[in-house]
Design a protein around this ligand. Structure first.
Ligand SMILES: Nc1nc2c(ncn2[C@@H]2O[C@H](COP(=O)(O)OP(=O)(O)OP(=O)(O)O)[C@@H](O)[C@H]2O)c(=O)[nH]1
Ligand SMILES: [Mg+2]
Length: 265
């Protein structure tokens, strides 16, 4: 018996889609998995805490700011650096602070209250940016005075987050600000520089910007941050949580209350 040829022609197979070489595919997979890694318990606590943010008040001048005895964390930097967007990203509340393409959008000090079950335990302060060329000279000068005074005299100021567009680097006004807060940093004021809009940089540019600004910031903490790609969000959230809840206080809060009847040693 001879095998007869097939009556129906075999369909030609479609060419398979080009696959990435195994090494590249593995690296992509690892990156994707890392990006999906579940947040740590600390990050969840910090993000949950920041999500309690509520608008508290707005103050065009220092005398309008309420006196508070909870830690205050100020967001400062050039106009358009991304301060308001950073607050919205950290708090996971879209329009809590007013962000805009137009530089100079924030014109007063805006305070946002934080605390679970409505119990105020810290405050975020969104400050107007500086360095916007279109602002009249007198207004610029007035604002520099207000900000200088705020940074030097606000008693409950616990931390400063300086936001900087890495494509511009730290400018002269940023350096002046660093000089203004230096004495307080030496006395324990917390300080962090965020290189915002890091989504606009490639890896090489990001690494270069980090090392330059680290030098300029005199060894201070400098991190990349992107609201768009959510880079650095959880890490920064944990920093702020720790600033507002230093370990000593946290340990005291966790310690069981003493029985009033217990004899003192
Ligand atoms: N690509 C990108 N754009 C961002 C990011 N963060 C902020 N922006 C944009 O930058 C612009 C300015 O953002 P704002 O948050 O208003 O900046 P600001 O520092 O509060 O500005 P002032 O209030 O004028 O001082 C807006 O168009 C934002 O959408 C980011 O991470 N990536
Ligand atoms: Mg703003």
């Amino acid at each position: 018996m001879t095998l007869s040829p097939r009556s129906t022609p075999v369909k030609s197979q479609k060419p398979t889609a080009k696959r990435a070489p195994p090494k590249v595919a593995a690296a992509k997979m690892a990156a994707a998995l890392a990006a999906q890694a579940p947040p740590s318990a600390e990050a969840k606590t910090a993000m949950g805490w920041l999500h309690t943010a509520k608008f508290l008040t707005t103050a065009p001048e220092l005398k309008h700011l309420p006196l508070l005895d909870v830690p205050e964390i100020a967001f400062v930097g050039r106009s358009n650096a991304g301060k308001s967007t950073c607050i919205n990203t950290l708090t996971q509340i879209n329009r809590l602070a007013f962000a805009s393409k137009t530089p100079g959008r924030t014109q007063s000090i805006n305070l946002f209250a934080l605390g679970k079950q409505g119990v105020l335990d810290a405050v975020l302060a969104d400050l107007p940016g500086y360095g916007y060329a279109a602002v009249p000279k007198a207004a610029k000068y007035r604002w520099q005075q207000v900000m200088g005074n705020y940074l030097q005299t606000r008693d409950n100021l616990k931390g400063v987050v300086l936001l900087c567009d890495p494509r511009l680097g730290l400018t002269e006004l940023d350096e002046i600000l660093l000089d203004v807060i230096r004495p307080r940093v030496e006395e324990g004021l917390k300080f962090l520089v965020l290189l915002t809009k890091s989504d606009k940089l490639n890896k090489t540019e990001a690494a270069k910007a980090l090392s330059i600004v680290r030098l300029q910031a005199g060894g201070g903490d400098v991190k990349l941050f992107s609201a768009l790609k959510r880079q650095g969000v959880e890490e920064v959230a944990q920093h702020l949580w720790q600033w507002a809840h230093p370990p000593v206080k946290a340990a005291q809060a966790a310690a069981p209350a003493k029985d009033p009847g217990e004899p003192c040693e």
